[in-house]
Design a protein around this ligand. Structure first.
Ligand SMILES: [Fe+2]
Ligand SMILES: [Fe+2]
Length: 176
Protein backbone atom coordinates (compact mmCIF):
# COMPACT_ATOMS: atom_id res chain seq x y z
CA UNK A 1 0.00 0.00 0.00
CA UNK A 2 1.39 3.39 -0.94
CA UNK A 3 1.38 6.41 1.33
CA UNK A 4 -1.12 8.03 -1.00
CA UNK A 5 -3.55 5.15 -0.54
CA UNK A 6 -3.32 5.49 3.22
CA UNK A 7 -3.65 9.26 3.28
CA UNK A 8 -6.62 9.70 0.98
CA UNK A 9 -9.23 7.55 2.80
CA UNK A 10 -8.00 8.90 6.16
CA UNK A 11 -8.80 12.41 5.02
CA UNK A 12 -12.26 11.36 3.81
CA UNK A 13 -12.88 9.61 7.13
CA UNK A 14 -11.98 12.75 9.05
CA UNK A 15 -14.56 14.62 6.98
CA UNK A 16 -17.20 11.98 7.76
CA UNK A 17 -16.33 12.27 11.46
CA UNK A 18 -16.75 16.05 11.27
CA UNK A 19 -20.15 15.63 9.62
CA UNK A 20 -21.26 13.27 12.37
CA UNK A 21 -20.04 15.71 15.05
CA UNK A 22 -21.83 18.58 13.31
CA UNK A 23 -25.03 16.55 13.10
CA UNK A 24 -24.75 15.69 16.80
CA UNK A 25 -24.36 19.39 17.61
CA UNK A 26 -27.43 20.16 15.52
CA UNK A 27 -29.44 17.45 17.28
CA UNK A 28 -28.37 18.69 20.72
CA UNK A 29 -29.43 22.19 19.74
CA UNK A 30 -32.84 21.04 18.49
CA UNK A 31 -33.49 18.81 21.49
CA UNK A 32 -32.52 21.61 23.87
CA UNK A 33 -34.97 24.00 22.21
CA UNK A 34 -37.83 21.49 21.94
CA UNK A 35 -37.55 20.30 25.55
CA UNK A 36 -37.10 23.83 26.93
CA UNK A 37 -40.15 24.95 24.97
CA UNK A 38 -42.22 22.16 26.51
CA UNK A 39 -40.95 22.92 30.02
CA UNK A 40 -41.63 26.65 29.67
CA UNK A 41 -44.89 26.29 27.76
CA UNK A 42 -48.16 27.92 28.68
CA UNK A 43 -50.71 25.21 29.62
CA UNK A 44 -52.78 25.70 26.46
CA UNK A 45 -49.71 25.16 24.25
CA UNK A 46 -48.35 22.16 26.10
CA UNK A 47 -50.00 19.52 23.93
CA UNK A 48 -48.62 21.08 20.76
CA UNK A 49 -45.06 21.10 22.15
CA UNK A 50 -45.48 17.55 23.40
CA UNK A 51 -46.56 16.35 19.94
CA UNK A 52 -43.73 18.16 18.21
CA UNK A 53 -41.14 16.64 20.55
CA UNK A 54 -42.68 13.16 20.23
CA UNK A 55 -42.36 13.45 16.46
CA UNK A 56 -38.73 14.52 16.75
CA UNK A 57 -37.89 11.55 18.97
CA UNK A 58 -39.60 9.20 16.51
CA UNK A 59 -38.18 10.59 13.27
CA UNK A 60 -34.74 11.86 14.34
CA UNK A 61 -33.42 10.46 17.61
CA UNK A 62 -34.55 6.83 17.49
CA UNK A 63 -33.55 6.28 13.82
CA UNK A 64 -30.18 7.89 14.58
CA UNK A 65 -29.53 5.45 17.41
CA UNK A 66 -30.76 2.45 15.41
CA UNK A 67 -28.61 3.37 12.42
CA UNK A 68 -25.52 3.74 14.61
CA UNK A 69 -25.96 0.26 15.97
CA UNK A 70 -25.91 -1.09 12.40
CA UNK A 71 -22.94 1.00 11.23
CA UNK A 72 -20.34 2.74 13.43
CA UNK A 73 -21.13 0.74 16.58
CA UNK A 74 -20.98 -2.56 14.71
CA UNK A 75 -17.53 -1.75 13.33
CA UNK A 76 -16.20 -0.23 16.58
CA UNK A 77 -17.47 -3.26 18.49
CA UNK A 78 -15.22 -5.50 16.41
CA UNK A 79 -12.08 -3.58 17.38
CA UNK A 80 -9.98 -5.04 20.23
CA UNK A 81 -10.77 -2.16 22.61
CA UNK A 82 -14.25 -1.61 21.27
CA UNK A 83 -16.49 -4.42 22.48
CA UNK A 84 -17.13 -3.42 26.14
CA UNK A 85 -17.29 0.24 25.18
CA UNK A 86 -19.94 -0.39 22.53
CA UNK A 87 -21.87 -2.65 24.89
CA UNK A 88 -22.04 0.28 27.32
CA UNK A 89 -23.07 2.70 24.54
CA UNK A 90 -25.86 0.38 23.37
CA UNK A 91 -27.10 0.25 26.97
CA UNK A 92 -27.23 4.04 26.93
CA UNK A 93 -29.42 3.83 23.83
CA UNK A 94 -31.75 1.61 25.87
CA UNK A 95 -31.72 4.17 28.70
CA UNK A 96 -32.42 7.08 26.33
CA UNK A 97 -35.28 5.16 24.66
CA UNK A 98 -36.65 4.37 28.11
CA UNK A 99 -36.72 8.10 28.94
CA UNK A 100 -38.42 8.76 25.59
CA UNK A 101 -41.05 6.12 26.42
CA UNK A 102 -41.61 7.62 29.89
CA UNK A 103 -42.01 11.04 28.27
CA UNK A 104 -44.53 9.59 25.82
CA UNK A 105 -46.55 7.99 28.60
CA UNK A 106 -46.83 11.13 30.72
CA UNK A 107 -47.98 14.70 30.51
CA UNK A 108 -47.66 18.00 32.35
CA UNK A 109 -44.63 18.57 34.56
CA UNK A 110 -43.65 14.88 34.49
CA UNK A 111 -43.45 14.83 30.69
CA UNK A 112 -41.37 18.01 30.70
CA UNK A 113 -39.01 16.54 33.30
CA UNK A 114 -38.58 13.27 31.36
CA UNK A 115 -37.95 15.29 28.20
CA UNK A 116 -35.20 17.31 29.87
CA UNK A 117 -33.74 14.09 31.31
CA UNK A 118 -33.62 12.68 27.76
CA UNK A 119 -31.87 15.84 26.65
CA UNK A 120 -29.25 15.58 29.39
CA UNK A 121 -28.67 11.88 28.68
CA UNK A 122 -28.34 12.45 24.94
CA UNK A 123 -26.03 15.44 25.36
CA UNK A 124 -23.65 13.34 27.46
CA UNK A 125 -24.02 10.31 25.18
CA UNK A 126 -23.20 12.09 21.93
CA UNK A 127 -20.11 13.64 23.56
CA UNK A 128 -18.82 10.12 24.20
CA UNK A 129 -19.39 9.30 20.53
CA UNK A 130 -17.53 12.42 19.42
CA UNK A 131 -14.67 12.11 21.87
CA UNK A 132 -14.24 8.35 22.31
CA UNK A 133 -15.94 6.29 19.57
CA UNK A 134 -15.04 8.41 16.54
CA UNK A 135 -11.35 8.75 17.55
CA UNK A 136 -11.24 4.98 18.10
CA UNK A 137 -12.55 4.41 14.56
CA UNK A 138 -10.27 7.04 13.03
CA UNK A 139 -7.21 5.55 14.75
CA UNK A 140 -7.88 2.02 13.47
CA UNK A 141 -5.97 1.57 10.20
CA UNK A 142 -8.20 -1.34 9.16
CA UNK A 143 -11.39 0.73 9.50
CA UNK A 144 -12.91 2.89 6.79
CA UNK A 145 -15.52 5.16 8.28
CA UNK A 146 -16.99 5.60 4.81
CA UNK A 147 -17.44 1.82 4.49
CA UNK A 148 -18.69 1.55 8.06
CA UNK A 149 -21.42 4.07 7.29
CA UNK A 150 -22.18 2.45 3.93
CA UNK A 151 -25.18 3.91 2.17
CA UNK A 152 -27.14 4.28 5.36
CA UNK A 153 -25.73 7.37 7.01
CA UNK A 154 -28.60 9.78 6.56
CA UNK A 155 -29.54 9.75 10.22
CA UNK A 156 -25.95 10.14 11.32
CA UNK A 157 -24.88 13.02 9.12
CA UNK A 158 -28.31 14.49 8.34
CA UNK A 159 -27.45 14.35 4.63
CA UNK A 160 -30.07 12.17 3.01
CA UNK A 161 -32.90 14.15 4.45
CA UNK A 162 -32.05 17.64 3.25
CA UNK A 163 -32.50 18.64 6.89
CA UNK A 164 -36.21 17.84 6.72
CA UNK A 165 -36.23 17.60 10.48
CA UNK A 166 -34.56 20.96 11.00
CA UNK A 167 -37.33 23.21 12.23
CA UNK A 168 -35.42 26.33 11.35
CA UNK A 169 -35.20 25.32 7.68
CA UNK A 170 -38.65 23.86 7.22
CA UNK A 171 -40.90 26.27 5.34
CA UNK A 172 -43.79 27.49 7.40
CA UNK A 173 -42.38 26.21 10.67
CA UNK A 174 -40.95 28.14 13.54
CA UNK A 175 -38.59 27.41 16.33
CA UNK A 176 -40.67 26.24 19.26
FE1 LIG B 1 -25.62 6.80 20.06
FE1 LIG C 1 -24.93 9.62 17.57
Amino acid sequence: MTTQNITRPARADEEFAQEIRAHHAHMVDELDRLTSALRDSAPEKRQEHHARLAQWFETVLVPHADEEEQTTYRVAGELPDGAPLIEAMVREHVLIKRLVALFGASDGAAAAAYARAAYEAFESHQRKENEIILPLLLAAPQVSLRDALGGGHGHQTGHDHAHHHCYRLRPGSRAP
